[in-house]
Design a protein around this ligand. Structure first.
Ligand code: ADP
Ligand code: MG
Length: 689
């Protein structure tokens, strides 16, 4: 198919241009057509102004003028330019062409009629136009009022190149272009067909046609995305009959009665949703999203107790051994008063102990098994598993979730817990395959972490504070953006900070037990370092961002984050969540390498809020979806034109349509065929998992 051909298939694209295109992600002719113009930047040749009407605010404008004269000059830094003066009946304007553009300037002769496009600013005597594009108006040519696309450029690509290639590609599309959406949906939603939409997104016939084209492509992206997520849900979700648990009974009452606190309204709400799901015939597929410290563990304990009181078993999987051990201790505390037997399975257990544990599990002598991914191993078999919980889900990925469910002859209920706060609008997309329970805020009784923003000048004061905390018997984290010094990035590295602080004679912490933790260490080494810190043997942990989300070291009261400006708000918030877990006042110090007011204002938000959902939304505003912490792990395809925040209404609409569509026989196969045919790899990821 022409659209699967490499771009060199088109006239005018050789290896060099192909390379430039590859740099912006365009490899095939089809990719090229999906390189939509910048949506805010189309130029309307229909709305031509006179020169004296042009706004001098640096915005791109278009006008008609004739060439008066042209001369070459040399600007600052020895940059050669051509200055072309043009005029109409109202005024003169100066067009500056730099370097490779001067080729087009050389062809300009006095008296030629031009259509000029560029950024207009005030000059000494005339208006000055830069980033100029001109188009000759032939003698007697009637100017067609039309709208021209403006593409995001990179390297040696020009608007002219891209427009020319787009026209070629569109000519091919004219011959043959299959639909990418089910025909019935196109008709029902009154969308323009694909060819019309493609033509109008690149070279709009009118503003209305452009709007329609845009609507279609936004719809297309979101519809395919939702179909992918739903198909994923169908494939991975158990078709087997689920376990119908009874109403909350005695064991739940016992667990609740033994808690040293009562559930918050948020927890009650979440528990109500989970409990109701568990009482249904169909297996539960629910995610419990709750900020760090929002109290998710007790909710999992209740769900596990519910499985057990109905005569079944439950399990909970954590991403690391230290987290698994932590859960094991907590769950024993919560569940044993109700007579529930809890076991722990981690890697590297003695053969005999492991064998005995697995035997007891199979005999039903263990009710709840806590563990790491060791739970997924072949020989781990449950007698009657009816609930599988995974904690900090983005670390596992989705296949593992599904694999845990295969551990049972029954279709177990699945509960996923995550501390990555994702705004509701996004969650619908990211967790399209799961129902969502939310817990905002934290249980009462905790002191908020005091957050401080400092610049480099305050470093020695920060170190003094650090030493004071340690001397008072507390522990601290220091988080750095890099492991080792980098030549290209100006940021503090964990190795350097560690060396500086522990320096034999000058180090502030020279007589304090410190450790260095980063992602290049072996998992066992990392675990050992974390365990020593959790046990209080190590006082200060210098680390990259690898410290576990859920790690609970109540004695850690200070976190210093180096180059805080390099992190997103949501991630800083997650890091901060490691302190403030005990009864002591805790502190989070954000050290910045930059002093710009914007950087400080951004961090200020963190000082004023401890609400992870709010911060995630701020992050979205500030940095866009792509940057949102934790999102990339979810394997979402990049969206070219749709915007998950702006287009929430469309998301809701296409979600319903996609659901309807996929109930039809063969609908999914048909959509998969269309997607594969049209988009190659772009959407393949969500359809093929
Ligand atoms: P996370 O959601 O991060 O896993 P945890 O389950 O570890 O949070 O809970 C954080 C802390 O809050 C724990 O020390 C827990 O005992 C405490 N906690 C949980 N629920 C409540 C509550 N309703 N009232 C008071 N403290 C609570
Ligand atoms: Mg937790």
């Amino acid at each position: 198919m022409w659209w699967q051909q490499p771009v060199t298939f088109l006239k005018g694209i050789g290896p060099k241009k192909a390379e430039e295109l590859a740099n912006v992600g365009i490899f095939t002719v089809g990719d090229l057509l999906e390189y939509y113009p910048r949506q805010e930047a189309y130029i309307d040749y229909g709305a031509l102004k006179k020169i004296n009407e042009l706004k001098m605010d640096g915005s791109r404008q278009v006008f008609k003028a004739s060439v008066y004269n042209a001369r070459n000059g040399m600007g600052a830094h020895g940059k050669r330019y051509t200055l072309v003066t043009v005029r109409d009946e109202t005024a003169y304007a100066s067009l500056y062409f730099f370097m490779n553009q001067s080729y087009s300037a050389r062809k300009l002769k006095p008296g030629m009629e031009l259509l000029v496009m560029g950024r207009v600013r005030p000059g000494k005597a005339t208006r000055v136009v830069s980033e100029v594009n001109v188009q000759l108006i032939e003698a007697g040519e009637e100017l067609q009022p039309r709208i021209e696309p403006v593409y995001a450029l990179s390297g040696g690509l020009t608007q002219l190149n891209l427009r020319k290639w787009m026209r070629q590609a569109l000519a091919l599309a004219e011959e043959e272009l299959p639909e990418s959406l089910p025909q019935a949906i196109v008709e029902k939603c009154n969308l323009p067909d694909r060819l019309t939409a493609l033509k109008n997104i690149h070279f709009p016939g009118s503003w209305q046609a452009l709007k329609e084209a845009k609507r279609r492509f936004i719809f297309e992206e979101l519809f395919l995305l939702q179909c992918g997520l739903l198909s994923y849900r169908q494939q991975n979700h158990d078709q087997r009959q689920g376990v119908k648990h009874g109403p909350d009974g005695e064991k739940i009452a016992q667990v609740l009665a033994h808690l040293p606190y009562t559930l918050t309204p948020q927890q009650q709400q979440a528990w109500g949703e989970i409990s109701a799901d568990m009482a249904k015939d169909q297996p539960m597929h629910r995610i419990l999203q709750g900020d760090v410290g929002s109290g998710k563990t007790v909710i999992s304990a209740l769900a596990l107790a519910k499985a057990v009181e109905n005569g079944y078993q439950g399990c909970i999987m954590a991403p690391t051994e230290i987290l698994a051990r932590q859960h094991y201790a907590t769950l024993q505390e919560y569940l044993e008063p109700a007579g529930i037997r809890v076991g722990l399975l981690v890697g590297g257990m003695r053969v005999k102990a492991r064998r005995e544990l697995l035997l007891n599990l199979e005999l039903g002598l263990i009710d709840v098994l806590v563990g790491t991914h060791a739970l997924l191993e072949e020989d781990v078999r449950f007698a009657r598993l009816s609930l599988a919980v995974t904690d900090e889900q983005h670390r596992f990925g989705v296949e593992q979730r599904a694999r845990l469910a295969t551990k049972s002859a029954l279709a177990p209920d699945v509960l996923v817990m995550t501390a990555t706060p994702i705004p509701r609008t996004l969650a619908l997309t990211v967790y399209g395959d799961l129902d969502i329970s939310l817990m905002k805020g934290r249980p009462p009784g905790r002191k908020p972490v005091q957050t401080l923003c400092y610049n480099e000048a305050k470093r020695s004061q920060v170190y003094e504070g650090l030493l004071r905390q340690v001397q008072a018997g507390r522990q601290a984290y220091i988080v750095c953006p890099l492991i080792e010094e980098s030549e290209t990035l100006e940021a503090r590295s964990a190795e350097n900070v560690f060396a500086e602080l522990t320096h034999k004679s000058k180090g502030v912490l020279r007589s304090v037990p410190c450790a260095l933790l980063h992602g290049r260490l072996k998992p066992a080494e990392k675990e050992a370092i974390m365990a020593a810190f959790a046990a209080g043997e190590t006082k200060v942990l210098v680390s990259t961002t690898v410290i576990e989300v859920g790690v609970n070291v109540p004695n850690a009261t200070l976190m210093v984050i180096e180059n805080a400006e390099r992190f997103g708000l949501a991630q800083l918030h997650q890091l901060r969540g490691r302190v403030g877990r005990g009864s002591q006042q805790s502190y989070c110090v954000l050290l910045t390498g930059v002093d710009t007011p914007e950087a400080l204002a951004r961090l200020q938000v963190l000082r004023d809020s401890e609400d992870g959902f709010y911060l995630a939304e701020k992050d979205l505003e500030q940095r866009g979806v792509g940057q949102l912490f934790g999102l990339r792990q979810h394997g979402l395809p990049d969206l070219r034109i749709a915007d998950i925040i702006r287009d929430t209404e469309t998301i809701a609409q296409v979600r319903k349509l996609a659901q309807e569509e996929l109930t039809k026989p063969q609908a999914l196969d048909e959509i998969k065929r269309l997607v594969e045919l049209q988009f190659g790899q772009r959407f393949a990821m969500i359809f093929n998992t």
